[in-house]
Each structure stands twice: as C-alpha cells, then as structure tokens.
Write a new protein. Structure first.
Length: 256
C-alpha cells in the first residue's frame, strides 16, 4: 500500500552536502551493485513497514555492494507532524525522479533502485528481486574514493570514476546510520519509529567528462565518526541511471 500526496512536478532544487574521516571502499569493479533510495516520512502511516524492510535488508547485506539511502521528504510535514529529518531538497530529488521515470505523481514509501526501477517501498519481493538482478550486472562505472583528510569541520576526499560519461554527476551523501523518533502527531501519532541510513546531506558534483578529482565537504550537524558513513554514486543527468557506487566509513576522529 502506498500513501499519496499529489503535487505539481517542479524543478529540482539545489542540494547541499557534507563529510568526514577515514575511508573503506566496498565496491568491487568487476561485480554489480545496487543503490536503493527510499523516499519516506514520519508523517506517513504506510512508511514504517518500508523503513523496517530497509533496516532488515541493511542488516542482512552489510558485506555486499548494496547502498541504502533513506530520504525524508517534507510534503507530509504540513499534515500534523514535522519530520525532523525532512528536507525540501529530498522532495525535489523525488520530483526529479518523477520526470526521469515519466511519472505524474509522488508517493511514499517509494523505492528506486539504481535510478531506473521504482516501486512501493514496502514491497519486499520486488525489492529483493530487483537487487538480485542488478548485482548480477557488472557496474559500468568503477568508482573509488581515496585520500580522505579531515581538518576542522571540513573533509577533503579524492574520487576516481572510470567509465563515467560527459553528462554524469557524482552524488555524495552523508548518511546517519540509525535514529529513533517518538511521533506525537499526525498519522503515526503514538508510535516510536526506527530509521536507518538517513540521508542528512547530499551534494552533486559535475564531472564534466573528468574521471577523477578532489572535493571538499562540510561535516553535517550532529556528525560522529561512528554514527555516520559516506555513500557516493555516479548518475546520468539525462535519465537518472546510476552506473557505479562506493561506500566509505568514518573510522577516525576529526581533527580540531
């Protein structure tokens, strides 16, 4: 079941970013991968099962190149409960997917895998089958993150994206591993909801045909090395297809 709020599809807004610490890449170039993007909200009564599903999947597949990102959209906020993790930039990203996928409406929970397949986020069978199929297909872009350096509240990271095209961008996300919220109002009033892989910041870096480079990112509010991770992926700006991904863990304390 999916909950819907119909809104006019608008232009994708600018998305801010951030980052920090030591990196471990788990994205083998000779295998497939799956970037799972879930659009969810604490104000949506149909979303907790999807949140629970990605938590289950994340626990089961931590050793595989499966990258889960949960975006909390803001268009439910006006209906009784403001989601503390919501961001209009994530609603804008979902609108952009609606354009790429030629959909006329937005809904939650919505899952999108590798930028090309979308379905109801709580549909476990479809999610697992889609991931299985994508893991069997070699990645078209070999993305590697290296040379992560921290100074104050800034982090610098090097990236190499072999196989990326001229119209590709590198998306870099700061992801909070987990959080729990006691919802007081709205459709989920009285429920305690657990979240995983919450996108707290997201940045788009234009590659312009270049396969490598360095970017500097600011550490997000509430960041702790043990509580966050970085997920990056290469996306085609013409159709939304994701061609490669990599993950990075923050294993050292930021320098002061």
């Amino acid at each position: 079941m999916k909950s819907k709020i119909l809104i006019i599809i608008a232009a994708l807004g600018t998305i801010a970013a951030t980052t920090s610490a030591f990196i471990t890449d788990k994205s083998p170039a000779d295998k497939g991968f799956a970037v799972v993007e879930l659009f969810t909200s604490e104000g949506c009564s149909s979303c907790p099962p999807a949140d629970a599903l990605i938590a289950k999947l994340h626990k089961e597949t931590s050793d595989k190149p499966i990258y889960i990102l949960a975006y909390h959209v803001d268009y439910w906020d006006r209906l009784g409960w403001k989601d503390a993790f919501s961001n209009p930039a994530y609603s804008d990203r979902q609108k952009q997917y609606a354009r790429w996928l030629k959909s006329s409406e937005l809904y939650t929970p919505q899952a999108i895998v590798n930028g090309s397949k979308q379905f109801v986020g709580s549909d476990e069978s479809t999610l697992r089958n889609t991931i299985k199929a994508d893991l069997a297909e070699p990645a078209k872009t070999d993305l590697v993150l290296t040379g992560l350096k921290a100074a104050g509240n800034k982090v610098t990271v090097k990236y190499e994206a072999k196989g990326s095209t001229d119209n590709s961008v590198l998306m870099v996300a700061f992801v909070e591993r987990n959080a729990t919220t006691k919802v007081m109002k709205g459709e989920n009033a009285g429920r305690t909801i657990s979240h995983v892989q919450i996108v707290r910041e997201l940045q788009s870096i234009k590659l312009n045909g270049h396969t490598d480079g360095t970017t500097s990112l600011a550490v997000p509010s509430g960041f702790t090395p043990e509580g966050f991770e970085m997920i990056a992926f290469v996306q085609n700006t013409s159709n939304g297809v994701i061609s490669g991904a990599a993950g990075a863990e923050f294993n050292v304390t930021l320098s002061k």
